[in-house]
Ligand binder design. Structure first.
Ligand SMILES: [Zn+2]
Length: 346
């Protein structure tokens, strides 16, 4: 059966584009009633300014949810309070977890979403998948792509370098994810799309080529990282799977989160990429790229103990029903320790 793909995201980007929110909303005939979502810190720094701009227009904020978190049951509880059979405009201002909650609420209320990232630390800004938490485990849910993504460079270039590096980590995950995706097609008959694979390889090369620009947060660097993350949304739409951007390195990041490691998603993906790329190819190419970016990849730099890395590696294959380099059985703790050592992480 032919499946129609809906490239629903419009993207507005550049310096100070945030001022154009009310006119963009007007021109797209978005519903006048707004549900506004933001993180607690983001709201103080920036969300309140967006809220001000909207309140001066003839759109009405009927509910603001500040500090929603990523627990699915808590978000479901919020959604149950909104009148049914009514469309809203959902505005999500913040980093990955706020945008993931926004996409879920937009999907459940059948409403358009405006995604306003304040950080480029993950590709969650434009994808149609949300990662939420339920009873201590992360779950990936097919939701909706934002109807409008606003990338304001003046805002994004102010973010801490740690978040920019995490964004690089999430984007360079493809160094191992694409290998795994191809493997899953040949060995486990998972969905695969050669065109999306080629595009994803190209954006990865571009990120590596422009690494210094990205680390300097200059115009071309912010634009490259922002558009690469937006492109991930399109890649997932074309291939109808997250596998184009996530493989065994993401499984490792989910395992680390499950073990309670409190590092950014992209930081965990970066370490995962260094390890899995070594397992796949026997080369330290990925490690060298991350080292060049002063990206923390060793237990010493990360301030975590080696036992956690070993444990996470040995349970990674259980995190999703994906075929990857870890196979169906995964690694024993002995193998995991040897791998982490050889990859230069412990
Ligand atoms: Zn990711």
């Amino acid at each position: 059966m032919l499946k129609l793909i809906n490239f629903s995201s419009n993207v507005v980007f550049g310096n100070n584009v945030i001022c154009s929110i009310p006119s963009e909303m007007e021109s797209k005939n978005f519903p006048k009633d707004i549900i506004f979502i933001s993180g607690e810190n983001t709201f103080k720094l920036f969300g309140n300014k967006v809220l001000d701009k909207i309140q001066k227009s003839d759109f009405r904020v009927i509910k603001d949810i500040i500090g929603v978190g990523k627990d699915k049951d808590t978000i479901d509880d919020q959604i149950s309070k909104f009148p049914k059979d009514k469309k809203y405009t959902i505005i999500a201002v913040g980093s990955g977890s706020v945008l993931d909650a926004g996409k879920y609420i937009a999907s459940e209320t059948n409403s358009p979403l405006i995604s306003i990232p304040t950080s480029l630390s993950t590709d969650a800004i434009a994808t149609s998948f949300s990662v939420l938490w339920r009873k201590g485990s992360s779950i990936a849910i097919k939701t909706v792509a934002p109807s409008l993504v606003i990338g304001d460079y003046q805002l994004l270039k102010k973010e801490d370098k740690r978040f920019i590096k995490a964004g690089i980590g999430d984007m360079l995950s493809k160094l191992s994810a694409l290998y795994d995706w191809r493997l899953s097609f040949w060995l486990a008959k998972e969905k695969y799309n050669d065109f999306a694979y080629s595009l994803a390889s190209y954006t990865t090369k571009l990120i590596i080529k422009r690494l210094n620009h990205i680390l300097n947060s200059d115009y071309i660097g912010i634009e490259t990282l922002f558009l690469a993350e937006v492109t991930d949304g399109y890649l997932m739409e074309i291939s109808n799977t997250t596998r184009v951007a996530a493989g065994s390195e993401h499984l490792f990041s989910f395992a680390m989160e499950t073990l309670g490691v409190n590092l950014l998603h992209g930081e965990l993906c970066g370490i995962g990429t260094v390890i899995m790329h070594f397992l796949q190819t026997g080369s330290h190419k990925a490690r060298k790229i991350f080292e060049k970016s002063h990206f923390p990849i060793t237990v010493k730099e990360l301030g975590i103990n080696k036992e956690t890395i070993i444990k996470a590696l040995s349970i990674s294959h259980k995190m999703r029903n994906w075929y990857t380099i870890l196979g169906k059985e995964g690694l024993t703790e002995g193998q995991a320790e040897r791998l982490a050592k050889y990859a230069g992480v412990i």
